[in-house]
Design a protein around this ligand. Structure first.
Ligand code: BG6
Length: 487
């Protein structure tokens, strides 16, 4: 077999190379890495897909799609042309062992190989086995596993066990792109790089924590996957629990991957398991109906293409979690996520305890201090404080101490996928999930899924463009709290 390409310093092989994730996120991220000279000059990107395309057909396909996902000032046709020189396309049926000869024929890099599995998780183990059998793995190869890694604990364990036959744990990068977001990484610096927060970062000084990831988009073209998954598996099991871990973990002894992951694991293992009574009281499932989202009329989930008639899949979840340790004793963590909500808005709210005693008497109500960490659409950190209202008297007035992260530095802020891909290339595992972490998250989530089934829980309807079902506000109101929805 002829080696049609010269040996490179790095090959990134993307399985699912023509899929949604590839053209929306991975190729734009790699383009940015190329533009900013973060890829070795000879690095190649090899997209693997089922479609029987030539390289030119593949380039036409992504050329018509990816550029719109690259921010305007960064995209230019000349750089794009330079970028696509790195791109190759291999058409193969990933379930056919013999087909991997097409990858062998490329003479993969002897220096570094990254295999990015952006396919359905059901294909992960077969791909790893076929790569191994075809002699395409070496001791330095790395594999990136996209979420969702399984649909429950058993399937996640099965994938992990099979992948471990072909890769050592330190070669495996389980990606959760929320861990690549600038503000999420910044949260660790905020907590552990500032002396003022740590003494207060616990019960009883913190009264509650809210984590909201609200999207305005609907299920789009992903009903095939989403209708069998739902918001708890798609968002809570991974993104929201990872955010909770970073808020709640103890200070790791270093930033080394295992030190950070050990601390996150402890949080996941300390989450109080829910029984049926807890599930009935402390979880809310919702499904969007018709409405207006992003200023346009939106159809209901049931009307979306590919959704099973009468589907009970939740597109919204709100729940109240507890961490069984001294730091977080009796501090509720409220998690909420949904599609077709009022705003695209991801925030972490740390609500501090009220002043135990006020010398200011009647007048405007004393508001509790809140630390508001906004992940998107803009990145910012606000601290809500009380000041004196100007004028005579000693009236209180709430203000925000604002930190606009966008304008706090001239340095370019890379998107999550670019940052994480560079971490893979550099062998930095800190912002990826370890096997035990992922399985601990499933161990906590699975009883909720089972409980919903046992309770025959139907999702509550909510109008597209709203903040979710009324029961979600009731969950907070029970404790005299409310969801924070300001931007
Ligand atoms: C993905 C989910 O992991 O995250 C999607 O599968 C969701 O359903 C997406 O839309 C949200 O990511 P972001 O970065 O846009 O908040």
């Amino acid at each position: 077999m002829t080696l049609s390409l010269p040996t490179s310093e790095l090959d990134i092989v993307i399985f699912g190379g023509a899929g949604d994730l590839s053209f929306r996120k991975l190729l734009p991220a790699l383009y940015m890495a190329h533009l900013h000279e973060r890829l070795p000059a000879s690095a190649r990107i090899i997209a693997v897909g089922r479609q029987p395309w030539s390289r030119e057909q593949y380039l036409d396909f992504i050329g018509a799609r990816s550029p719109q996902f690259i921010e305007a000032p960064s995209f230019d046709a000349v750089s794009w042309d330079g970028f696509v020189q790195r791109l190759h396309y291999v058409s193969l049926d990933v379930t056919d062992a013999a087909a991997y000869a097409a990858l062998q024929a490329l003479g993969l890099s002897a220096v570094q190989r990254v295999f990015y599995l952006a396919t359905a998780p059901g294909l992960f183990t077969g791909i790893c086995a076929h790569l191994d059998a075809a002699g395409l793995l070496d001791a330095h190869s790395r594999v990136v596993l996209e979420k969702p890694l399984g649909t429950d604990l058993a399937s996640a364990q099965a994938i992990n066990t099979e992948v471990a036959r072909h890769f050592r744990e330190e070669q495996i990068y389980r990606i959760d792109h929320y861990l690549g977001k600038e503000t999420v990484q910044n949260l660790m610096v905020l907590r552990f790089g500032n002396a003022m927060f740590e003494p207060l970062w616990r019960a009883p000084f913190i009264k509650s924590v809210q984590i909201t990831v609200a999207e305005t988009v609907g299920v789009g073209s992903r009903a095939g996957f989403y209708d069998g998954a739902g918001a708890l598996r798609d968002m809570v099991q991974n993104h929201l629990l990872q955010l909770l871990c970073i808020v709640a973990m103890e200070q790791p002894i270093s930033l080394d991957a295992d030190d950070v992951r050990d601390e996150k694991l402890k949080v996941l293992r300390s989450l109080r398991k829910m029984d049926l009574a807890d599930i009935r009281r402390d979880t809310v499932r919702g499904q969007y109906g018709e409405g207006v989202a992003d200023g346009q009329s939106a159809q209901s989930y049931q009307q979306e293409e590919g959704v099973a008639p009468g589907s009970r899949t939740e597109t919204f979840v709100a729940l109240r979690a507890h961490i069984n340790n001294a730091r977080w004793a009796n501090v509720p963590f409220f998690l909420r996520t949904g599609k077709r909500m009022a705003k695209r808005h991801s925030q972490i709210i740390i609500e501090f305890a009220e002043q135990p005693f006020s010398i200011f008497g009647a007048g405007p109500k004393h508001q509790p201090n809140r630390l508001i960490i906004t992940l998107q659409p803009e990145e910012s950190i606000h601290l809500g404080l009380m000041v004196k209202e100007p004028g005579s008297g000693m009236n209180l007035h709430p203000v925000k101490l604002e930190l606009d992260l966008q304008s706090s530095s001239d340095k370019r802020r890379a998107e999550a996928y670019e940052r994480l891909l560079i971490d893979v290339i550099k062998g930095r595992l800190t912002h990826f999930m370890r096997r035990d972490e992922l399985e601990a998250a499933w161990r906590w989530i699975e009883p909720i899924l089972d409980g919903w089934q046992a309770l025959d829980d139907k999702p509550r309807p909510y109008a597209a463009g709203s903040w979710g079902p009324a029961a979600s506000s009731a969950l907070m109101a029970r404790e005299n709290l409310s969801w924070f929805e300001e931007t």
